[in-house]
Design a protein around this ligand. Structure first.
Ligand SMILES: Nc1ncnc2c1ncn2[C@@H]1O[C@H](COP(=O)(O)OP(=O)(O)O)[C@@H](O)[C@H]1O
Ligand SMILES: C[C@@](O)(CCOP(=O)(O)O)CC(=O)O
Length: 899
């Protein structure tokens, strides 16, 4: 161990910071250095009446008078103004803003985007950033592209105007592997290729002391000021800086509008903390270098940009003036790492960083635990990685404490020649063996049995018009489609569609010899990256004519076509042809306008994507999310969250199957079936999905007229009318757009908008009648419900199928019973359903029933009861359940993960 400081501490002079007025032409003053700027807080525009040396805390919400500089602390407060001026000054920025946390800073910046915009971000971002981006993707119609930002070559191809890139989000160095991102090069490329896009940098790891990305082409920089800027872990804050006046104006507007500005007291604390930023981070960086060298010299793989062999070190040095105070190292064994973390005393076990006290953590067990192990492995994040966040304690004490912990944990030992790393290859060997064992246990996905489900939907406003770009408002139903794919050992592909009535008790069954399918006709390109998956009509025709010619039932033929198309495309792509049977069954009526085709498409594509390993689910659930239990479930089995990337992938393929089933779908049905909840959906490039909560509070009666109809021909009928009378039909579509807009505003408002919604339901129905998609049976249901004062419209494609009736909260139960009885007497099938339940679900682990996940050896498919007696295969039990019990039986099979 050495006492000598091994590297030059950054005592940087900052060239372009404001130079004080020269007090004499002969001895002009030089610009202040960084630590001077930090320590001197002044704001010439805001003089204190008493000349207080420390900025006072203006602990007030309001300011008296009219036309003064301040009126309300949400819009502005003198303590915050002082802080913002100070932050702008030390960041060499024209504008600075202070908000309530680092995530609030990012949220403010992301609000500059609008639906349809796309953002490019790193693929190993801070977990909180990932979470917010995922939320915007599903709720705000923002497309998110993840790229390896450490390799500009993977990012640059995305920078195209047709991709609508509005923002590029970078972090450097990354956390916890300290990977370096070339901010300057990426910013230059962005400006050349998509000039309107904003380059945003999360600078938290460096702070303005060590790195000022605005000087290297960034448009906006933000920091979690909870870390180095405040330095004491006694407040939460975020700061945003930028030079562009137009961007600053919008940011100020958003902060005022959302009310996330930093409070006066926290502004005071942050201002106080920031005075010592340079001195603290100097000390912390120099100790970090010592610690990194120490670990490196012992032979631990160590990640710190200051080490000579750290990848892209020169790139980091070009834009930064120091290496920071976060480093990480691997021990070769998760057990050893756990023992080290438990054995330190001075290094406390805690999340976050930037504090004056030193912290130690294992990212995979703490800050990055929410990322599935497979994703962590894919990102090269070692499970045994230890992260150190170095504080201002005496470096000798910190090294001493770490050394003791390393010895106690068995990671190093004393020898006559000094300290040596304990034969870590033993640890590594043990770890590798364990990994190999785990891999042996890992059953290939095509040998597993998969159970999935997806909800139907009700469109409340905007059906048909949605095909032409008008937004639609829709919600998921508690009625769902379920599918089970079972591997088999006989080179055969089978389907079992239990709801398709071909005059046999157990529905439609069919099998194909795998070797006899038209493999030569499979199109070579199955997917186009993140975009829509193209449909090859020639291949569709080949399957229909060569494979399905003897299936006369139209429902069965279409469903088989969708299944075979996707199976063959995925098989051709993967080079595997796993034999399996897909069984599908729904509690939804098929072909009644409640999105049975979409929920079937979602179930089929999920099953096949799982079988071919194109999507993966965590075998053990992620943390439970009790807010999204399956709506029909009576079981108390825990549920968890499916990753958003999986949902996006399934949605792309489900849309493809929807195209096969119904021609020119808008995409609303499959989006609701995947994401669940209440949604506003707009088709196309500038469109997207937006969550609507108001729906969940409403009650609906759905009435199946049992008049068969076909979505494909009804949608085609509207297209024909539009072609014949573009003005007249165009006018109707615009009127529907107007109704949808009013409905959306009513749902978003507080208070009881039920009466307004009822009027809008009538209005929307009248427009659908004008489009020619109603039916006498639907008008009859409207007449029945109108006598009880209820508003009804057709839902989905119309032409028969279902009607939806809004049931106000204060509608009496006895009247409701008589409406239902009257409808039943007329031969209709009414359902009182819940809306807004979860989207796609996958059974991720078995419950008390031993689910036979590994069958292909026959006859291993039996489910065993507690006595070990076989009670039939899962697929047989699936077929045997009564319809009303199907949902709760299947939910009770084990742990489900939902989107
Ligand atoms: N449970 C199911 N099993 C098999 N196929 C189904 C199922 N549900 C829907 N489908 C397929 O979807 C088609 C119905 O689509 P569509 O007329 O759009 O009805 P909906 O309005 O209910 O979505 C059927 O012809 C069939 O091909
Ligand atoms: C008529 C339409 O707006 C909804 C179709 O719903 P369904 O298939 O009838 O459940 C078509 C579409 O959005 O793809």
């Amino acid at each position: 161990m050495t006492d000598k400081l091994p590297f030059e501490i950054a005592t940087t002079s900052v060239g372009d910071l404001p130079t004080p007025e020269p007090d004499s032409p002969y001895r002009p003053r030089r610009p202040y250095r960084f630590s001077t700027l930090c320590a001197t807080v002044e704001n010439p525009g805001l003089k204190d009446q008493y000349g207080s040396s420390s900025v006072p805390i203006y602990q007030t919400a309001t300011f008296k008078g009219i036309g003064g500089e301040y009126d309300y602390s949400r819009s502005g407060n003198p303590t915050r103004s002082h802080l913002e001026h100070h932050i702008a000054k030390i960041s060499s920025a024209a504008h600075g803003f202070a908000v309530s946390s680092g995530m609030a800073a990012l949220d403010t910046i992301l609000r500059l985007l609008k639906p349809g915009d796309a953002i490019v971000a790193g693929d190993d971002l801070y977990g909180g950033t990932n979470r917010l981006l995922a939320y915007l993707r599903t709720h705000a119609g923002i497309t998110v592209h993840h790229a390896d930002t450490t390799k500009p070559d993977t990012l640059i191809p995305l920078l195209k105007t047709e991709n609508n890139i509005a923002m590029v989000l970078l972090e450097s160095p990354t956390n916890p592997l300290l990977k370096i991102v070339d901010i300057a090069t990426i910013a230059k490329e962005v400006k050349e290729r998509v000039p309107a896009a904003l380059v945003v940098v999360d600078n938290t790891m460096m702070s303005p002391f060590l790195q000022r990305p605005l000087e290297h082409g960034a448009d906006i920089v933000y920091d979690s000021a909870t870390k180095y800027l405040s330095g004491h872990h006694d407040l939460m804050a975020g700061i945003i800086t930028c030079n562009r006046d137009d961007v600053a104006k919008q940011i100020a507007f958003i902060i005022n509008a959302t009310g996330n500005g930093l409070t006066p007291f926290d502004s005071f604390l942050l201002l106080r903390g920031s005075k010592t930023l340079a001195i603290r981070l100097n000390q912390q960086s120099s100790t970090s270098m010592l610690v990194a060298r120490y670990l490196h010299s012992l032979g631990f793989p160590t990640f710190y940009p200051g080490l000579p062999d750290h990848p892209n070190r020169e790139m980091h040095e070009r834009i930064s003036s120091g290496y920071g105070a976060v480093l990480s190292f691997a021990t070769g064994s998760k057990d050893i790492s756990e023992r080290i973390v438990a054995a330190t005393r001075l290094w406390s076990v805690s999340v976050s960083f930037g504090c004056v006290n030193s912290l130690i953590s294992m990212p995979c067990a703490m800050s990055h635990a929410s990322i599935p192990p497979a994703t962590r492995a894919a990102r090269g994040l070692p499970e045994d990685l230890i992260r150190l966040c170095v504080g201002i304690e005496d470096p000798a004490d910190l090294l001493d404490d770490l050394e003791r912990a390393l010895i106690d944990a068995g990671a190093i030992r004393r020898t006559a020649a000094g300290l040596v790393r304990v034969q870590t290859s033993i640890g590594e060997a043990v770890q590798k063996l364990a990994e190999k064992e785990a891999a042996k246990d890992e059953i290939p996905p095509h040998e597993k049995q998969w159970v999935v489900s997806a909800p139907g939907k009700v469109i409340l406003f905007g059906e048909h018009a949605v095909v032409y770009g008008v937004p639609a408002l829709a919600a998921s139903l508690s009625l769902r489609c379920y599918a089970i794919s079972t591997p088999r050992a006989d080179d055969t592909l089978g389907v079992h569609f239990l709801d398709i009535d071909i005059g046999q008790l157990d529905g439609f069954k069919y099998e194909w010899d795998l070797s006899e399918l038209p493999w030569d006709a499979v199109p070579s390109q199955s997917s186009q990256g993140e975009g829509e998956v193209a449909l090859n009509h020639q291949f569709l025709d080949t399957i229909t004519s060569q494979v399905l010619a003897d299936i006369s039932n139209a429902h069965a033929r279409q469903a088989s076509l969708a299944f075979l198309y996707l199976y063959m495309v995925l098989a051709a792509h993967s080079g595997q042809r796993p034999a399996l049977t897909l069984a599908a069954r729904a509690t939804l009526p098929v072909g009644a306008g409640l999105g049975s085709s979409a929920s079937f498409s979602v179930c089929t594509s999920t099953s096949l994507l799982l079988v071919f390993g194109r999507i993966r689910v965590p075998s053990q659930s992620l943390p439970a999310t009790p807010s999204t239990p399956p709506a029909s479930s009576s079981s108390s089995a825990p549920t968890s969250k499916l990753p958003d990337t999986l949902a996006q992938c399934v949605n792309r393929y489900a849309f493809l199957l929807e195209k096969i089933l119904h021609g020119t779908p808008s995409g609303v049905d499959n989006s609701v079936a995947v994401f669940g909840g209440g949604l506003q959906y707009t088709k196309g490039q500038g469109g997207g999905l937006e969550a609507i909560d108001g729906f969940k509070a409403l009650r609906f009666l759905l009435t199946d007229t049992r008049v068969p109809r076909n979505t494909r021909s009804l949608v085609a009928g509207v297209a024909e009318r539009l072609a014949k009378d573009p003005n007249g039909v165009g006018e109707i579509l615009e009127q529907i757009r107007e109704v949808v807009g009013r409905a959306r505003r009513t749902l978003g408002e507080e208070g009881d908008g039920t009466a307004v919604l009822a009027d809008l339901i009538d209005e929307n129905h009248a427009h659908l009648v004008d489009l020619g998609v109603s039916h006498p049976s639907l008008e009859d249901v409207r007449d029945v419900t109108r006598t009880y004062g209820l508003a009804t419209k057709l839902t989905g494609a119309g032409g028969g199928g279902c009607a939806v009736t809004l049931v106000p909260d204060d509608f009496s139960e006895s009247s409701l019973s008589s409406v239902i009885i009257t409808l039943r007497e007329k031969g209709y099938v009414p359902y009182l359903t819940q809306v807004g339940g979860p989207g796609l679900g996958v059974l991720v682990s078995q419950g008390s029933l031993a689910l036979p996940m590994t069958p292909p050896e026959p006859p291993a498919c039996g489910i065993e009861n507690s006595d070990g007696l076989s009670e039939g295969t899962l697929a047989e039990l699936f077929a045997q359940q009564s319809k009303p019990e199907l949902g709760s039986w299947i939910d009770g099979l084990g742990n489900w993960a939902f989107v």
